[in-house]
Write a protein that binds this ligand. Sequence first.
Ligand code: ACO
Length: 334
Amino acid sequence: MEFIEQLKLKASQNKKRIVLPEGLEERTLKAADTILGEGFSEIILIGNTDKVKAEATKLGLQNIGKATIVDPENHDKIDAYTDMMVEIRKKKGLTKEEAVKLIKNPLFLAVMMIKAGDADGEVAGADNATGDVLRPAFQYVKTAPGISVVSGAFIMILKDKEFGEDGMMVFADCAVHPDPTAEELAQIAVATGQTTRAIAGFEPKIAMLSFSTKGSAKHDMVDKVVKATELAKAQAPDMKIDGELQSDAAIIPAIGQKKAPDSEIAGQANVLVFPTLETGNIAYKLVQRMGHAEAIGPILQGMAAPINDLSRGCSVSDIVNLVAITANQAAGTV
Ligand code: ACO
């Protein structure tokens, strides 16, 4: 896909160090081999060195020798990392003994490598549930300055080129934060606009979705989206944002013109911000399955360093693609 090839090209100009904590997982190893062969990112695999090498040989992989392999049981920075963990979580009562146990978990080791500056980004989740990937990241890497909520965006590549930017749209939050407040929803909108610029590569026209268009319905849920729209506009005056809009008014010009004639987003939206995780997650999966769209992500946004979570049903190419995205985020674009 042209879009991913461009991201790989950009990534290869910066060669960031992406850590893959599931270093013994078959699809992850195959993806690492492809990435190292293509050479667009450096790869750090976490796992027992002998086992990783043996598995790579068994799978007939040619490039794993170019990876850095980090063994959680035998690593010379463990003491420094556990000291950092205790320092970061001392208010939560974390002891050194607990940290020593936690750091053996590759998902904690990966985030501490990032925190210590020994890796630039992480991709995990082929073998672990979303919460298990995200919690260590939330606890130790934390959110970017000025951001309190992490969210997940999908780049949707639609069959129908009349929507969005020649068939490309960005949806959020589809992956992380179940029930955002108005303030959090505003942050999600601005972060999604930034992801759109940096990763999708087009200027965002953001629709804040609801079941109401410009006051057509009255409800607390509508009020939340109205308030979030005002806050997002104030936070990012250089971004085109409007709401509250129903989804048809957001993407169909004739309906947008009818329901929100004064809006510069109605009918033109290329970014859809959903009011809750329920709506975002359901919508992206329906568009993906029934509309035969490609869904690239989730791209986590708002974290202090790029960490992305895979679906456990991911393919090797899903992992390769997410590493390309993560490497671009690590290059400082999001
Ligand atoms: N952004 C930033 N920090 C957060 C967020 C967030 N969205 N959510 C929780 N945190 C922080 C908390 O403040 C807390 O920090 P602290 O320990 O320093 O106080 C820490 O993370 C852990 O918080 P918990 O409340 O214990 O975490 P929780 O159990 O709520 O888990 C999680 C957070 C895993 C993200 C949860 O909200 C969740 O399960 N979300 C849904 C994920 C999901 O299943 N998505 C759908 C599947 S993905 C897909 O289909 C593509």
